[in-house]
Design a protein around this ligand. Structure first.
Ligand code: UDP
Ligand code: CA
Length: 275
């Protein structure tokens, strides 16, 4: 069984999430178990995902964890979601789950997730994909690569800056290294400065790399048009509809333009809801 974890809030992200689920199912030989953070889901989504689980034969569990009183709270919804994505990996899942793969709701998967479930992470507790690097970087957005200079360049000392849209967690190793405690401690320190952790779920694991190592996944595990050259698209194992700071194109528009199978997945789910 492959365990996939995600989060969504709002009508559009719920629609995208169902498509992400369908894309995973269409490419894997494995049995799938999806885990969603309960807090933000609408009753309508809970109904449709249960229907989908019956039709496509997968497991689904809704999970949550009470934000600890001693951990600095977040007030903005987006930042609460980011917190749930990265801060409680060691306590969200039952102990019998030994690996979990986080996938953003706005993703379309094109490969068998079993590959990630079996990948050797070389002792690291988790694996993330680096932001597209040469020869797959995209020239137009090079100016937005904040991690290539200043604070981040000094801090990373040659390590890559990774994207948090998809990551695989070896939960046994993660607990062994007390990675959850380490991340929460660093979060507590860094978040005392309001200008820190602008992208909480991504900045935190990248910042923590010297203490909590990241295994860098092969580049094709994450194509995102904003940062990657089109030559990577044909090989992409997963596509994220990530925001483009230059064009600010809406996600649904980008989906139809970039991902050839997106509309047929969307239709398949609409048809299912009609039955
Ligand atoms: N998300 C959500 N509702 C929101 C914003 C974000 O559910 O209003 C979740 C969703 O899983 C999404 C992830 O947080 O995929 C990361 O946000 P997003 O994909 O919008 O970031 P981007 O790819 O544009 O950088
Ligand atoms: Ca995304």
């Amino acid at each position: 069984t492959v365990h996939i974890f995600s989060v969504a809030s709002g009508h559009m992200y719920e629609r995208l999430l169902r498509i992400m689920v369908l894309s995973v199912l269409k490419h894997t030989k494995a049995k799938c178990h999806f885990w969603f953070i309960k807090n933000f889901l609408s009753p309508a989504f809970r109904r449709t995902i249960t229907e989908m689980a019956a039709k496509y034969d997968f497991e689904v569990s809704l999970v949550t964890y009470k934000w600890p009183a001693w951990l600095r709270a977040q007030t903005e919804k987006q930042r609460i979601i980011w917190g749930y994505k990265i801060l409680f990996l060691d306590v969200l899942f039952p102990l019998w789950v030994d690996r979990v793969i986080f996938v953003d709701a706005d993703q379309i998967v094109r490969a068998d997730m079993l590959e990630l479930a079996h990948m050797d992470l070389q002792g690291a507790p988790y694996g993330f994909t680096p932001f597209c690097q040469q020869p797959y970087d995209r020239e137009e957005t090079n100016g937005f690569r904040f991690w290539s200079g200043g604070f981040w360049k000094d801090h990373l000392r040659g390590r890559p800056y990774h994207i948090s849209a998809l990551f695989v967690v070896d939960l046994l190793r993660f607990r062994q290294l007390a990675a959850g405690d380490r991340l929460r401690i660093m979060y507590e320190q860094l978040s005392s400065d309001k200008n820190s952790l602008a992208n909480l779920d991504q900045d935190l694991p990248n910042y923590a790399q010297h203490q909590v190592p990241i295994f860098s996944l092969p580049q094709e595990w994450l194509f995102c048009e904003t940062w990657c050259d089109n030559s990577l698209l044909a090989k992409a194992k997963s596509i994220d509809l990530c925001n483009n700071p230059l064009t600010k194109e809406p996600k649904l528009k980008q989906a139809v333009r970039v991902v050839s199978e997106w509309s047929s997945y969307d239709q398949e789910i609409k048809d299912m809801a009609k039955d």
